[in-house]
Design a protein around this ligand. Structure first.
Ligand SMILES: [Zn+2]
Length: 311
């Protein structure tokens, strides 16, 4: 019966046996084979999307949780672990300690002190852009979609299209990875500094926090850390918001202390294209025509920024 149970339904997140942080509820996602029309998770009916993907919220308790998934009468039980809540830190008198101060990030050791300005006045052939497809390699898959597709692959597919769109505009482009290989996080920004690249654009696809419902969280956004990254992020976001209007909401430019956005030398930003964790997002991300439109928007946003006159 195990074989038929495995055929009936797959679970992409949380993986069976996965340990989650201390949460009272988490999303669970997966896919059913064609023809399955009835899905019940933890006693509640769950909507199956056009592609067979599904997602729902499940209640969890500290320790071991057994979640029953019934697809057309065939049950699969998935065991998920939930970590214990950490005890609050107390002072000598038993009062809660104040939260720790926010982290202060130091300049990247290999970066120059001088921030580079936008390459206005340079011809496209003199401008070098580093495109960074996020994650990669067997251990760092990034987020996982209901059918078990990895964010690292979606990032590489979009990054290749962005590279093609930028090359078509005449820019020089280098990628931090051209295939499914692991690249250490800090080496990604290091390369851009060492080559004195004019800009660094990291390409990602978003995932909701495990206790947020992916069915109601979906948007595009571009993240920046410092002033030199802000105008690059704004130019790319403006074009992305335009091309995705009526498709998904645009959350605009957001501030984020990511390792790849904190570059003090090279204008840098991180694109969170869409959410891979909702079945609708998963389907949209693998639409090649839509992906090329998004890639063209990123390239056009870059070109807008690169030709801005420096104040
Ligand atoms: Zn990512």
């Amino acid at each position: 019966m195990i074989a038929s149970a495995l055929l009936a339904v797959t679970v992409a997140f949380p993986r069976p046996g996965q340990t989650l942080p201390p949460v009272a509820a988490s999303y669970m996602s997966g896919a059913v084979p064609r023809g399955v029309t009835n899905l019940v998770v933890q006693g509640k009916p769950v909507e199956i999307y056009r592609t067979g993907g599904w997602v729902t919220m499940v209640d969890l308790a500290e320790g071991e949780n057994e979640v029953e998934i019934v697809a057309d009468g065939v049950a699969t039980n998935v065991v998920v672990m939930v970590e214990r809540k950490p005890k609050p830190k107390l002072d000598a008198e038993g009062n809660p300690l104040p939260p720790p101060p926010p982290k202060v990030y130091e300049k990247l050791a290999y970066a120059a002190d001088e921030a580079q300005t936008p390459p206005a006045g340079k011809s496209p052939a003199e401008v070098l852009v580093v495109i960074d497809p996020g994650h990669g390699g067997p251990k760092d898959t990034g987020a996982v979609s209901p059918h078990g597709f990895f964010e690292k692959d979606a990032n590489l597919a979009l990054a290749r299209d962005v590279k093609a769109a930028l090359v078509a505009l005449g820019y020089r482009v280098e990628m931090t990875r051209e295939s499914d290989v692991a690249v250490p996080l800090y080496d990604r920004a290091r390369g851009a500094c060492e080559k004195r690249a004019d800009a660094f654009i990291s390409i990602h696809h978003n995932a909701t926090a495990c206790d947020k419902d992916p069915r109601i969280v979906r948007y595009t956004a571009v993240y920046k850390w410092n002033d030199i990254g802000a105008s690059l992020a704004a130019a790319i976001n403006a074009r992305m918001g335009g091309v995705l209007e009526g498709d998904i909401p645009n959350n605009g430019v957001m501030h984020a202390n990511f390792a790849v956005t904190r570059n003090p030398q090279v204008p840098s930003c991180l694109v969170e294209t869409d959410f891979i964790t909702t079945p609708e997002g998963e389907e949209a991300i693998w639409n090649p025509a839509r992906r090329r439109r998004i890639a063209a928007a990123i390239a056009d946003g870059f070109a807008d920024w690169a030709s801005q006159s420096v104040p």
